[in-house]
Design a protein around this ligand. Structure first.
Ligand code: MRU
Length: 376
């Protein structure tokens, strides 16, 4: 079971009524995570005690979501340094973690940050320093997500006022809730904070094929927090928008260029197009650790992960007896392509919700909040 750890007071996110995080140190050099491949069918935790464990937790998607991938990589590097803290060991561990998934830039960001801290130290001091840095990054992620929640909730509250207190209907794609971060989430943090402020909300949850992060994770965590929601098939959003059943869209991001283009789970771009056609706000919520300050053309430059075709041709769920089962849904022999992310150009994004506030999805907007990044 997920433990409650001292110091988490004030955190809100629950699993079966118990305050939880997605990752936590065990106190003996390892970390524990919630195995998200088992959700929502069962809540199981897994101990990561080697570099191999951390790499496969990321690549096999036991942890997923850009901010959580970053923090897991930071802790993975710390764990690897306990075994080999030499320069070569550091470089090899960093390279393996960096290669574990390609799109979310938080991964490279986290590895670079830990490497920068430990590189000047002697090998004997590196593992502890890396561990401290990973723990600090986890706390910063929680604080950033909470701040995103506060700024995003202002947008939701304004719509609530415009609607004279009627229910605000929000559409989201994939999972950008607390399970995709350490706590609170990015796109869902504004929803949790708005609810704290008494806003009446209902969330349309795209199922998010092929791995169904919406149906399996977003719906699960919204249910656990008691937020009203409805799962819809991925192609339903446009229809709902045309019929006045959506007030705004909020999604997360895996990588945002310095010009405001945003990569997120495949299908996000189509939602943004539908939102534009229906004159609805489409916001992207993400911490600055998701901004790739070196890129300026998302469609051309952001690497898009392609995953195994089996995720498209097969589907995983619980059988009548409760056991996790995989079934084929396509004719044998048909080829399947599995692009995991797409890029929504900045021109389709109404605004970015960051830990420093709201800004236009543009270089000027982003640098207005993060002036220290003026030099790439
Ligand atoms: O492939 P995943 O499950 O790691 O993709 C997750 C997403 O696309 C999320 O929406 C994104 O990382 C935002 S995370 C707060």
């Amino acid at each position: 079971m997920v433990p409650f750890v001292e110091g988490w007071e004030g955190q809100e996110m629950l699993i079966n009524g118990v305050q939880s995080r997605t990752i936590w140190p065990t106190g003996d050099g390892a970390v524990e995570i919630i195995d998200q491949t088992r959700l929502p069918h069962s809540v199981e935790t897994v101990r990561l005690e080697s570099l191999d464990d951390a790499v496969s937790a990321i690549s096999d998607m036991l942890v997923r979501g850009a901010p959580l991938i970053g923090v897991t990589a930071a802790w993975g590097l710390a764990i690897a340094l306990r075994n080999d803290a030499s320069d070569v060991g550091l470089e090899e561990a960093a390279a393996r973690l960096r290669a574990s998934r390609p799109t979310a830039v938080n991964l490279a960001w986290a590895i670079e940050r830990v490497s920068r801290v430990v590189s000047p130290l002697g090998p004997g001091d590196r593992a502890d320093a890396a561990c401290q840095e990973a723990a600090a990054m986890a706390e910063e992620d929680v604080a950033a997500c909470r701040a995103i929640g506060e700024y995003g909730a202002d947008i939701i509250q304004a719509i609530h006022r415009q609607k004279a207190g009627e229910t605000v209907n929000i559409l989201t794609h994939c999972n950008a809730g607390w399970l995709a971060t350490v706590d609170w989430g990015t796109a869902l943090a504004p929803i949790y904070v708005a609810r704290e402020r008494g806003v009446d909300l209902h969330i349309w949850v795209d199922e998010t094929r092929p791995r169904n992060q919406g149906a399996a994770l977003t719906a699960f965590e919204l249910g656990q927090q008691g937020v009203a929601h409805t799962i819809i098939v991925d192609n339903a959003g446009g229809h709902l928008m045309q019929h006045g059943m959506v007030d705004l869209c909020i999604v997360g991001a895996d990588r945002i260029t310095r010009t405001g283009d945003a990569a997120n789970k495949i299908g996000t771009y189509l939602k943004a197009l539908a939102a534009r056609d229906n004159a609805l706000p489409f916001h992207v919520a993400a911490p600055s650790s998701t901004v790739d300050w070196n890129l300026s053309d998302g469609v051309r430059e952001i690497p898009i992960e392609q995953r195994h075709s089996r995720e498209v041709t097969h589907i995983v769920g619980t059988a009548a007896g409760g056991e996790l089962t995989e079934v084929r849904i396509s004719a044998p022999g048909s080829a399947a392509a599995n692009f995991a992310f797409d890029v929504t150009p900045a021109r389709l994004i109404s605004g970015l919700i960051t830990e420093r506030g709201l800004c236009d999805a543009s270089e000027g907007g982003i640098l207005g909040l993060f002036p220290e990044r003026s030099q790439p």
